[in-house]
Design a protein. Structure first.
Length: 200
């Protein structure tokens, strides 16, 4: 992402309810933040959506392959996010490669996966992205027009439950404006890195 190398690579966990705009904020973050950041590509058993590319958006794995990797301990975390039989997970080799190259590795994962990562990496920088309002979150979810009403309602219920866990994260950022939210996250990362240097 950036050629400048940071001597303190960190694991960065970004969570937030579906529809809050995490992916859009992170795209902007990678454009404007001078820290060397790399996105960890998650694996999933769900089929690709239109326009998604294997190895870029996700590693799209068959259920059998995903299960084998789970049994072999290849995941930092993996969960069946919405109880629909589709698994998502973070591969250890994705995280380790990024950190070994001197980059801070950004995980965009759900709250269940984040809890597991927090147990394994107590130095992880954890950030929860909040919607500007409940109404805005529902508008975004319905605006996707890719799911049934039942699926939308299920995601809204899931969002309510996830929002109650925001205080488990070290930082919360409201996405009421993409540029502002991305800059706030960048400021948080710079502050965390600086504090870590002074603490040594």
């Amino acid at each position: 992402m950036n050629m400048e190398k940071d001597r303190d690579p960190r694991l960065v966990v970004i969570s937030g309810p579906s529809g809050v705009g995490k992916t859009t904020v992170l795209r902007r973050l990678y454009e404007l933040c001078t820290l060397p950041l790399v996105a960890s590509v998650s694996a999933t058993t769900r089929p690709p959506r239109p326009g998604e590319i294997d190895g870029v958006d996700y590693y799209f794995l068959g259920p059998g392959d995903f299960q084998r990797r789970r049994e072999d301990g290849e995941f930092v975390e993996c969960v069946d996010v919405f109880g629909r039989g589709y698994w998502y997970g973070t591969l250890k080799n994705e995280v380790n490669r990024g950190l070994a190259e001197g980059n801070s590795v950004v995980l965009e994962i759900d709250v269940q996966g984040a809890s597991r990562v927090m147990e394994l990496y107590d130095s992880a920088i954890t950030i929860f992205v909040l919607p500007g309002s409940d109404e805005e979150l529902e508008r975004r979810l319905r605006g996707r027009a890719t799911e049934s009403e039942e699926a939308v309602l299920r995601r809204l219920q899931q969002a309510k439950e996830e929002l109650q866990l925001a205080d488990r994260y070290r930082h919360q950022v409201v996405n009421d404006d993409v540029d502002r939210a991305a800059r706030e996250i960048c400021d948080i990362l710079n502050q965390e890195v600086e504090e870590n240097r002074h603490a040594r």
